[in-house]
Design a protein around this ligand. Structure first.
Ligand code: 2M8
Ligand code: MG
Length: 279
């Protein structure tokens, strides 16, 4: 089995970034050796310490909305991966397009369409800290983008669709997180990354895992459509989060409490039930 999870607003509280209400549930999954894979908008730099704090250093991770995949040694393939390019034996896969290309196209479309937005690379560290509630050290890590750019949209809602069409012509995709809009390569969203990881699991282990995905935002929809069992965590999104899947549970609680509720809904409250969950 596999758990694939969004962080902000899902495993982590939207405001405080705390995960303690989900800690017992996380610990049980670890005991049962079920890999819990973060699938997040955060950068590789932000994930470095966070994965340690969450006890998730031995599992893969997906950063920047799907643009980056990190594989620990146990998930590497002898012939397909160049070992250790991410430090600690972690192999980094770049699934999308380079940040320099994204930023160049954003500047061009802003001028041509006459639209208003500010991209994360244009914000000061202090502004990022103020907008996100992160401290300045973490805000600086959030700015170290490799394959996706968050934007503060400062134009009317109707112009979003024109902007999306313009980006599509460049092979780019636009999605919405908790606070920002995010731009990344079209084959580099959360759903593509999750499908890729499930395939990798099957190649290495010789069987397809039962996959459970959890997320709270529009940027999680592609991931929730790529897993067997989906959980939409109660959030503050005005746009409804509606993945097309029949195996969907919506939590009553928000953030990490909703996370534990979602795991319990599909796989039972205690470890005995968890290990008996259908394979
Ligand atoms: C951004 O991502 C979240 C994801 O929902 C958002 O759009 O609100 C990213 O910049 C990420 O790197 C950062 O850690 C996060 C902080 O809230 O915001
Ligand atoms: Mg989220």
């Amino acid at each position: 089995r596999l758990v694939l999870t969004d962080l902000d607003g899902s495993l982590l509280d939207h405001h405080s970034y705390d995960f303690s209400p989900a800690a017992p549930s996380l610990a049980r999954l670890k005991e049962l050796r079920v890999p819990v894979i973060p699938v997040t908008s955060k950068t590789r730099a932000e994930l470095l310490l966070l994965r340690e704090a969450l006890g998730l250093t031995a599992t893969p991770f997906v950063a920047e909305n799907g643009a980056i995949i990190g594989l620990p040694p146990s998930w590497c393939h002898a012939r397909l991966d160049r070992p250790g390019n991410g430090g600690d034996g972690v192999v980094i896969k770049h699934m999308g397009v380079d940040i320099a290309f994204i930023r160049a196209r954003l500047r061009i479309w802003r001028k041509r369409l006459g639209i208003k937005f500010t991209s994360m690379g244009e914000l000061s560290i202090q502004d990022v800290a103020k907008l996100t509630g992160l401290d300045e050290k973490d805000a600086q890590k959030a700015q170290q983008r490799e394959g996706s750019e968050p934007l503060v949209w400062q134009d009317d809602a109707a112009s979003i669709d024109t902007f999306r069409l313009a980006l599509e012509g460049d092979g780019l995709e636009l999605t919405q997180g908790g606070r920002f809009w995010h731009v990344m390569g079209r084959s580099a969203d959360k759903g593509c990354a999750v499908t890729w990881l499930i395939k990798r699991f099957a190649t290495l282990r010789g069987c397809t895992p039962l996959s459970l995905g959890l997320g709270d935002g529009p940027n999680d929809i592609t991931m929730l459509e790529a897993v067997d069992q989906a959980v939409v965590i109660k959030g503050m999104h005005k746009t409804p989060v509606t993945p097309h899947t029949s195996a969907l549970y919506r939590t009553k609680a928000a953030g990490p409490s909703g996370w534990a509720e979602g795991i319990a809904y599909w796989w039972g409250q205690d470890s005995r039930q968890l290990s008996a969950a259908k394979q």
